[in-house]
Design a protein around this ligand. Structure first.
Ligand code: HEC
Ligand code: HEC
Length: 503
């Protein structure tokens, strides 16, 4: 906890996602586009295809602008943002991979230099020299993917590195190769999609038909590579991680299924407008394809970034920058004494350290609506029991007293009226709300850690007993601290479920 906490009113996940997704969408094209340019140039020169060469020249201008300017800016943007959001994790990556990053940077410099020479070399260089520069471009760009791919995959599957601490184990981790070939497929698909964007503006003639078909084939080949490599990648992720994701993380899994649908849409559009009626290909179709491609990428990366939760580096560091190695120390000594930067408001500082990297009070993944109408004792119990709440969160490290300070901080910001008043509910309706707020975050009916089996078919007196001894049912389970009306309403609700009432 050696860095100050950057607390702005934005959800960090969203901020990171926006910059990162734009960056990967451009940088993968930078690689696939390089391959596209040299392969297409070689064949066009052999056939003396002047129209195609003219198209490639046009594409290479767009390419240089997009990749060098936009790719480099967003790449620096990622460094900026990860340094602000999670300096401790960034530091861990730099310590491990400093030479890998130096290597990547070197390839990147070669890559942009070659891109510029390639673009300015169309009239100034021999055909052979121009092609060589193009291959250097593609080789350097792919090698930078090779290296960075090692670091990205490391965060989800550090593999043997956890035991050995060896940088090679970290780099060539269990998902390294599958991810590399999956991403290579993505590069090729994107090359096709971007080339289709440039081709869309052409007049509907025979050349356009030929060009569109050619570009569509690139994109389809990329897609075809992506299918088996994705399954390879997915099966290389440890089974426990996949299982937890499937059971407890509906959003990333929905995102994954969304990416399958998107890939299907891309395929349909490519076959229709790319292969069957290529002359009809137009700017609207091209932009739709770009949107599908971007959405596909966003969904895939969102899933990949989310399923390693609660970690930022699997089994090594939690999302809130607490390393497993330090967890015991913090639990014993407390967090506050181990923070180099404090503002004087201990409750706020602790909230930032323990929760704020994933939640806000009022905005993204807001906690206020979850705790409205509850009480300080309940909030404290939840702070201490985050690891049993749905959502696959890191455990709270820190002392009993510190959990209390976070609870007081949060309680001061929520609506402290009774649930009946806040939501204008009574009877069974109120009871359902009480269940959602005071039980449902740990026991979803029909879902996460469902307790209906223990709760069904009981009498009113039994329910009352259960609420009396709630705090003893599980180590992290809170006492029931709702008021009398809420208690009666909850019991009424549970009774109504026994009689087949709606959940
Ligand atoms: C590593 C990220 C992370 C950290 C750190 C974290 N949470 Fe969470 N939390 C989540 C995610 C993700 C969910 C799932 C809910 C969702 O998807 O909106 C969640 C869910 C919850 C819920 C249930 C909300 C609901 O709507 O069901 C509560 C309550 C909660 N967190 C409280 C906390 C508190 C208090 C802390 C700090 C002590 C904390 N969390 C720290 C990521 C985190
Ligand atoms: C912070 C999370 C949390 C909340 C909130 C919570 N519980 Fe629990 N509950 C647990 C844990 C942990 C256990 C014991 C371990 C387990 O079975 O998962 C448990 C156990 C139980 C059991 C015992 C089940 C058995 O088979 O022995 C019942 C019944 C139960 N809870 C009902 C409730 C009800 C009703 C509420 C709301 C008033 C509630 N819980 C609120 C975490 C919670």
């Amino acid at each position: 906890m050696d860095y100050p906490f950057w607390d702005v009113g934005i959800g960090y996940g969203i901020l990171m996602a926006i910059i990162a997704v734009i960056h990967v969408f451009v940088s993968h094209f930078a690689i696939g586009g390089g391959l596209y340019l040299v392969v297409a140039e070689k064949s066009a020169r052999k056939k003396n295809d002047a129209l195609m060469l003219q198209f490639l020249r046009k594409l290479s201008k767009f390419f240089v602008l997009v990749t060098v300017v936009f790719g480099a800016l967003t790449g620096v943007g990622i460094w900026f943002i990860i340094g602000l959001l999670n300096p401790t994790a960034t530091e861990a990556l730099i310590h491990n991979f400093v030479w890998a990053w130096a290597t990547e940077w070197t390839f990147f410099v070669i890559e942009i230099t070659a891109a510029l020479i390639y673009f300015y070399g169309w009239d100034r260089m021999s055909a052979r020299g121009h092609m060589i520069v193009g291959w250097i471009y593609f080789g350097a760009a792919w090698m930078s993917l090779f290296v960075i791919n090692g670091i990205i995959t490391f965060m989800l599957t550090p593999g043997d590195w956890l035991a050995t601490g060896n940088v090679w184990d970290g780099l060539f981790n269990p998902t390294f190769w599958s991810s590399l070939w999956l991403r290579t497929g993505i590069c090729v698909m994107l090359a096709g999609l971007y080339a289709l964007l440039v081709a869309a503006r052409y007049r509907a003639d025979e050349f356009k038909a030929r060009l569109v078909r050619y570009n569509a084939i690139w994109a389809i080949v990329g897609l075809v590579v992506m299918v088996p490599t994705f399954y390879w990648y997915w099966s290389a992720i440890p089974q426990a991680v996949v299982q937890t994701a499937l059971e407890q993380m509906p959003t990333p899994i929905a995102s994954l299924y969304g990416s399958f649908w998107n890939a299907g849409l891309i395929a349909v559009f490519l076959i229709l407008f790319g292969l069957l009626i290529p002359k009809k290909h137009n700017i609207v179709v091209a932009i739709l394809l770009m949107i599908f491609g971007l959405s596909w990428f966003a969904e895939y990366e969102w899933m990949r970034e989310s399923i390693r939760k609660p970690y930022v580096i699997s089994a090594y560091m939690y999302g809130n920058a607490v390393t497993l190695a330090k967890a015991d120390t913090y639990t014993k000594e407390g967090l506050l004494g181990n923070m180099a930067f404090r503002t004087g408001d201990d409750g706020a500082d602790l909230f930032r350290r323990a929760c704020r990297s994933c939640h806000t009070v009022n905005g993204y993944k807001a906690l206020k609506p979850v705790f409205n109408g509850t009480d300080e004792a309940y909030i404290k119990a939840i702070v201490k029991g985050t690891h049993v709440v749905k959502g696959n969160m890191p455990p709270f490290v820190g002392t009993h007293g510190e959990a209390g300070l976070i609870a007081a901080h949060l309680y001061g910001r929520v609506d402290s009226r009774h649930l009946s008043e806040i939501y204008g509910l009574s009877g069974v309706g109120l009871g359902r709300k009480v269940y959602d707020v005071r039980c449902g975050i740990c026991h979803e009916l029909g879902g996460y850690n469902d307790k209906w089996e223990s709760l069904s078919g009981l009498t009113e007196a039994d329910y009352s007993d259960i609420l009396d001894m709630a705090g003893d049912l599980g180590e992290e389970m809170p006492d029931f601290t709702g008021d009398d009306t809420e208690r009666q309403a909850l019991i009424q609700y549970l009774m109504s479920l026994n009689e087949g009432g709606t959940r």
